[in-house]
Design a protein around this ligand. Sequence first.
Ligand code: CUA
Length: 145
Amino acid sequence: MNKYELRAIITAGTLMAGFTFALLFSIFGQQIDVPTCVPYSGAFKKPHVKQLDGLTWEVYAVAHMWAFEPQDVTVPAGASVNIYLTSTDVVHGFDIVKKGVNLMAVPGAVGETTVKFDQPGVYEIVCHEYCGAGHQNMMGKINVK
Ligand code: CUA
């Protein structure tokens, strides 16, 4: 074996051992983990709907491959709904059909908007950002009664 080949092999092996050690040390020694994509706010630990007063509601929605949570929201006609939206994996879209709402669900960030639902009906939510194999099945709805 050529001496330069041997040096290249030893250098590459040393670097790989160093990187592996750094990785294992950060995981087990420093307890550093891959950051969770959900914002630190505890509000998103469990996606939920909250009534603030008679006609004001809050929705803490989480998008992930390939669904929205909560998937089904029911509010009375006339309700004003504050939507807070995030994602746990990749960028998703959040389009409330017939309401002109176009939000992006971005990991680590919160998108927010307020929508007033005066007319009863079913308002479909679709993901309008290609997010993988199940993109076309990613839907939710808001029932206004
Ligand atoms: Cu989520 Cu497309």
